[in-house]
Every structure is written in C-alpha cells, then in structure tokens.
Design a protein around this ligand. Sequence first.
Ligand code: PEP
Length: 243
Amino acid sequence: MAERRQLVAGNWKMNGMRADGLALARGVAARASRPHRCDLLVCPPATLIAAVGEALAGSPVALGGQDCHEAASGAFTGDISAEMLRDAGCTHVILGHSERRHGRGESDADVHAKVIAAWRAGLIAIVCVGETRAEREAGRAVAVVTGQIAGSVPAGADAAKLVIAYEPVWAIGTGLTPTTLDIIEIHAAIRAHIPGGTRILYGGSVNPRNAAEILALPEVDGGLIGGASLKADDFWAIAAAAQ
Ligand code: PEP
C-alpha cells in the first residue's frame, strides 16, 4: 500500500474575530516554516477565509471551509457554495460534521450532495462520520459509521479528493476519547469501505498530550482538531506528533 502522509487539520468552528484569526494564522504559518512530517490545513469561519488565506500565502498550510451548499449559486440566503470557497482560496471543505448532522439535521443524502458539489468545484471533501454515545453503548458504532460512509460518499471517490474523519459525537469538545482499540476497530472498518489510499483522520478531543498515542495508531492518517487548533502552540504540538 502506498504510504499515506498524515494530515493535521484545524477546525476553528465559529471562533475568531479578524484580529484573533490573523494572529492564529500567522502563528501557525510561522511554526510551519520549521521541518514537519505532515500536511497542514486550517478551516476558519467563512468571514476569515480570505484574510487567513493572505496570512498563509507562501506557507505550506492549506485553507479549507467548514461547510458548503450543494448548488453552485442561487437564492440560498446565508449559504456559501463550494465554488465560492474555491474562489476564496480553499482547497478543502469539511462536510457532515456532527455539529451539522446533529445540530442542523443534515442527512447522509445532504452530505452526499455536498460532496458532489465540493468535487465539482475542485475541492477535497473531508467527510465526517461518527456515532453518538447511545449508538456506541448499543454496540452499533461500526454499523453507524459504515452506514454513514455508504450514504455520504458518492461513487467515483478516490484518495485525491476524499478524506474521511472519524469523529465520535460524544468525544467532540468533551475531553473524552475512545480507547485506542476502539479507534483501531473503527478505522479498520472504515478502511474496508473506501478507496485505497484515502486518508482517515481521527477527531474528538485530540490535544498535545494524547496526540502522539492517537496518531501512532494503525490506519490513523492524521487528526481533525477542534478546540486545540485555536492555539498555535497546541496545534503545532499536535502536528509535531504526526508520524
Ligand atoms: C471537531 O469538532 O472537529 C473536533 C474534533 O473538536 P475537538 O477537537 O474540540 O473535540
């Protein structure tokens, strides 16, 4: 199997005024000028994409959006298209994050349509999947996650335009993480359902203290980092732990 270079991606969510976002982006860019072993990505809120893109210019840090609409343009007040993200300098977009699946009622079909839109615009889709606490306790974690993959990832996927992020809903922003055996089990199950070479990130309460252990696990090809991506030192410490 071809070696998969790890990807460490920051999801800033709905955080950051202009000054904070620029300082964070400059901090990440400055640290990324040091030798490192992984690909790097930050996904700021939409209001900061253009400014953060300018701050990252010339650095190896890629830029991504946190969601997109399935249409290229039109009467969709408040939405942003994949083409707009691309035009603003993005190369990636996070889709199907649990805060959208569970917070905004997005279905697998919605995510599927957004992935097609992302590919149409030339973006790499980072498709998030993950079980709730109740689903895990019912022994359904593998079934839920593989079902989300089946419903969310369109035909024609390949490793150049797809990344999967396994993010247990109950681990996001809680300080809780699955056992290493649980992460290995889910990543192996995902691996059986996606094209060869596709990267599978782990996300959910990754921090500088647990990153080395998680990023060393089989089939873990990087991390999707929420809270810890809001401090350049913490984000960099996680990136430095990449394999
Ligand atoms: C996320 O929301 O994608 C995430 C992983 O958040 P956190 O790292 O804060 O748990």
